[in-house]
Design a protein around this ligand. Structure first.
Ligand code: NAP
Length: 331
């Protein structure tokens, strides 16, 4: 058994709690350090997530990156800061598990990939749902021809955020529904088609004061002729789904983004497919990252995939602002 990967966390982000649980449960890694822009925030974080006394606490991200005890960082900063701190971590020789979406645009993604490659460190985008066996099964059954050729993909990830200071409702940190959750739907469409979209068209409702896309309906067309349509919202009732219409069958997932750790279910041609014991997607994601770092195993989802997802995302946002279809940049 290789030595546990020593992980440090950038910021007191809420989502950090999921990683802290995964780190506590996995033999592959251990939490060695946490950090915040403001050291005064650390005690409450320690208390909230029951962080052990042996975990080092840093009052700046720079200090965490300079800590020799840290081998790898988890970057759950606001989207606008993913690129800057991922590149800084790479330059400090740390491997990086970076939250989705990988950055704000394709140029930032390319710079992150280059920084990781130059430093010889692993960079992985934290799309946890991709690391659950139920998600892998979707692609496998489609690739095996269970529904014929993919014709139409529909997906949704919608909910309400009330606090105007939440990063999702802030344009200055690259919030908005497409960046926050539309990225899952794009990722799903790319997964089930096995293709990259060519053209994006979207209509959105933009916030009058924050300028973010509160609700967005996007359409992506793929080279095979498949079309994906999705909805993302941070100002609506909750709804999540992923459906695929094929030339000879259908597939439907009720909980695509949070597959159940014990019993994940989807419908294939009207029949239930059950995937038992798939585990916690956050722990699976962490372990895939650690295995790549320790064993040199290729990542199932290399970082260029994050750049490709971003290419579709920015094309959709550009289309929503211009009212015109936008070609998706080839990455
Ligand atoms: N994979 C998933 O399931 C999942 C779920 C939720 C979110 N996410 C992603 O994770 C990231 C964080 O989301 P979150 O909901 O955890 O956000 P959050 O609770 O607001 O955390 C972001 C943290 O970034 C730090 N920060 C640095 N500069 C900031 C600024 N200018 N404004 C606000 N915060 C700043 C703050 O920590 P300090 O002040 O302590 O430095 C803050 O606590 C996003 O990229 C999001 O897309 C992923």
């Amino acid at each position: 058994m290789p030595a546990p990967v020593r992980v440090g966390i950038l910021s007191t982000a809420n989502i950090g709690g999921r990683l802290i649980t995964a780190l506590a449960n996995s033999p592959a890694a251990e939490l060695v350090a946490i950090s915040s822009r403001d050291a005064a925030r650390l005690p409450a974080y320690v208390e909230k997530f029951k962080i052990g006394a042996g975990v080092r606490q840093h009052g700046s991200y720079e200090a965490l990156l300079a800590d020799p005890a840290v081998e790898a960082v988890y970057n759950p900063l606001p989207n606008s800061l993913h690129a800057e701190w991922t590149s800084a971590a790479a330059q400090a020789g740390k491997h990086i598990l970076c939250e989705k979406p990988l950055a704000r645009d394709v140029a930032e993604c390319r710079a992150m990939l280059a920084a990781a490659e130059t430093a010889g460190v692993v960079l992985m985008e934290a799309f946890m749902y991709r690391h659950h066996p139920a998600t892998r099964r979707l692609r496998e059954v489609i690739a095996a021809g269970a529904i014929g050729a993919v014709r139409v993909v529909r997906a949704g990830f919608c909910f309400t955020v009330n606090d105007p200071t939440n990063i999702r409702l802030r344009g200055d940190v690259a919030g908005g529904s497409a960046m926050d959750v539309g990225c899952y739907c794009i990722n799903f469409a790319r997964l089930v088609t096995g293709e990259e979209p060519q053209t994006a068209y979207a209509v959105a409702t933009f916030g009058t004061t924050n300028g973010i896309d509160e609700t967005l309906v996007g359409t992506l067309s793929f080279p095979s002729g498949a079309v994906a349509q999705f909805e993302s919202s941070v100002q609506s009732a909750g709804r999540a789904f992923g459906n695929v219409l094929g030339s000879q069958g259908t597939l439907a997932v009720e909980r695509p983004w949070f597959p159940h750790p014990e019993r994940a279910v989807f419908q294939l041609n009207g029949q239930e497919v059950v995937v038992e014991g798939g585990g916690d997607p956050y722990q699976n994601e962490l372990e895939v990252f650690c295995e790549s770092l320790r064993e040199g195993t290729p990542l199932p989802l290399p970082p260029v995939d994050g750049a490709r997802n971003m290419a579709a995302l920015v094309a959709l946002l550009q289309s929503a602002r211009s009212g015109q279809p936008v070609p998706v940049e080839v990455v």
